[in-house]
Design a protein around this ligand. Structure first.
Ligand code: MG
Length: 367
């Protein structure tokens, strides 16, 4: 089987809530997503998606995805999409870095492998556990009372895990954490995610002030070293996210006992193949994981579901149903949240059929 044609589509994904805000005043109202379509000479076509959290979160942006696919595509035509490790080595040899560019291509090739073998991606990634996976709800940054008021509505949608966007003024963040913690019920879990937004002295004040609350602290500061310093000064369960984007970082953080949970995002690592390696390593090491992506629509949500449901449940801390945050559906067959949980399709591949009327004309076409 050979890759015959690579096309990409650009699609805008607006939010039901109007905007999404997090540390440092960063905000997005419409997400710029890229759908990758890979056609083979065997009549099988696979789909992937890349959707950065705006251009200022990780080193990734929408136009960069498209430019990178033009650069990479010429090296991939004629290659066997089912040979995923080989394909990833080829991508790394042809384009240094730019992990996020490779993510949608790799995802589309997993979809092809599933369709070729008539197996869902979850089964190809190691086996399906249980009937569904646990989701968290991110609470966009607002005033403390406004964030607290969101909890009841999200709980009514079935969520029991809440990820509070902090990383702003430490005094306001302390108030945000207390206000939301007051809304919690037995069995709920609260994560305060600073998304790299605090300096060390800010982070020290926050963790001290919320010392007696049952709250996880996620990526308080920008660098790994700063986070490690805060980690050593707090007994809150601790999550690393932005600082962990390769196997090297993961191994170092494990050796330093720098985290209790790690947030693994598909495009941050460069696709499902590389994320599977990180996921499997965390399973062996006993590190619980939030398995997700930076953002996405139906195709990314489907990929997350396959990844999460092929992970032992005790190590799957939470995942995200991004397709319920956005108001545009780009594919049929994607997971739908039921009572705060979702499940991976049992259809071959990712189990999604893109809505071509929504995707429109391709913005690039390599063949
Ligand atoms: Mg995070």
């Amino acid at each position: 089987m050979k890759i015959k044609r690579i096309r990409a589509y650009q699609v805008d994904l607006p939010l039901h809530e109007g905007s999404y805000k997090w540390s440092g005043g960063k905000s997005v109202t419409t997400f710029d997503s890229t759908v990758v379509e890979i056609e083979t000479d065997a009549g099988i076509t696979g789909y992937g998606e890349v959707c950065p959290l705006g251009p200022f979160y990780l080193p990734a942006y929408g136009n960069g995805v498209r430019a990178g696919i033009i650069e990479l595509g010429q090296h991939l035509l004629g290659e066997d999409p089912r040979q995923l490790q080989k394909l990833n080595r080829l991508m790394d040899a042809a384009l240094k870095g730019h992990a996020y560019v490779k993510s949608g291509i790799d995802m589309a090739c997993w979809d092809i492998l599933g369709k070729a073998t008539k197996l869902p991606v979850a089964e190809l990634m190691g086996g399906r556990y249980g009937s569904d996976v646990c989701l968290y709800r991110a609470i966009s940054q607002e005033a403390p009372e406004a964030m607290a008021q969101r909890v009841a509505g999200y709980r009514a949608e079935g969520y029991k895990r809440f990820q509070l966007k902090v990383g702003g003024d430490p005094a306001v963040d302390i108030a945000r954490i207390f206000a939301v913690a007051e809304q919690l019920q037995p069995g709920d879990r609260l994560v305060a995610d600073a998304n790299t937004g605090w300096l060390m002295h800010d982070a020290m004040r926050v963790v001290k002030a919320v010392r007696d609350l049952d709250v996880y602290i996620e990526q308080p500061c920008l660098s790994y070293e700063e986070c490690l310093s805060i980690r050593k000064h707090t007994d809150h369960p601790f999550i690393l996210d932005e600082a962990i984007d390769t196997i090297d970082c993961l191994l170092r953080a494990h050796a330093d006992q720098a985290m209790d949970v790690v947030n693994l995002k598909i495009s941050k690592f460069g696709g499902l193949t590389k994320l599977k390696q990180a996921r499997d390593l965390c399973v062996s090491l006993g590190i619980a994981m939030t398995l997700e992506d930076s953002w996405g629509g139906d195709i990314i949500t489907a990929a997350i579901a396959h990844l999460a449901q092929s992970t032992p449940p005790e190590l799957q801390f939470s995942s995200t149903d991004f397709n319920s945050y956005v108001s545009v559906s780009i594919a049929e067959g994607a997971p739908k949240r039921i009572n705060g949980r979702m499940s991976a399709s049992s259809a071959p591949g990712l189990g999604v059929q893109p809505r071509m009327d929504v995707l429109g004309k391709p913005v690039l076409d390599l063949h």
